[in-house]
Unconditional design. Structure first.
Length: 156
């Protein structure tokens, strides 16, 4: 099991990896949909920026409260309602950067007992703080290949 400091480092790294994945892309390139039926790069980044606060709220609720309730979030409803195509790439990256920097400071101080704290996801059942942190770490990593696929399809 990684230490809290290792989790914090992995979590911080996600923001840098996301920035690297979109580096040098123009507005036209990030809004293009070169892969049919898939989100644009901007929509992927907006999705990540929107879910950062959700994942952090889950972490904080589990850490700070007993009997924490963890609410689900539907990415497709968010994408449809929150104008992902009109968002600004730099602003979305700034949200991810700031959220990850601030939250990593909390994560790095966690004890094993705190990592083991649980909350109740209203759909999935019991979840540990550690599992939510792991999910947050994986979230950006899961989407990076989709951005790479779009870059390749655009020839960049």
């Amino acid at each position: 099991m990684p230490t809290a400091a290792e989790y914090a480092a992995q979590y911080r790294q996600g923001a840098a990896d996301l920035r690297a994945a979109v580096a040098g892309m123009t507005r036209e390139q990030v809004t293009a949909r070169p892969v049919p039926g898939k989100w644009s790069t901007l929509e992927v980044v907006a999705h990540l920026a929107d879910f950062e606060p959700i994942l952090v709220e889950r972490m904080k609720r589990i850490l700070a409260t007993d009997d924490a309730k963890v609410l689900p979030a539907d990415e497709n409803l968010f994408a449809k309602a929150l104008h992902y195509d009109a968002r600004d790439l730099a602003e979305e990256l700034a949200v991810v950067d700031a959220t990850r920097a601030s939250t990593a400071r909390i994560i790095e101080k966690l004890t094993p007992e705190q990592l083991a704290r649980t909350g109740e996801h209203v759909v999935k059942g019991p979840v540990t703080l550690e599992s939510v942190i792991q999910m947050a770490i994986r979230h950006i990593n899961t989407h990076l290949p989709f951005i790479a696929e779009k870059r390749k399809a655009l020839g960049i």
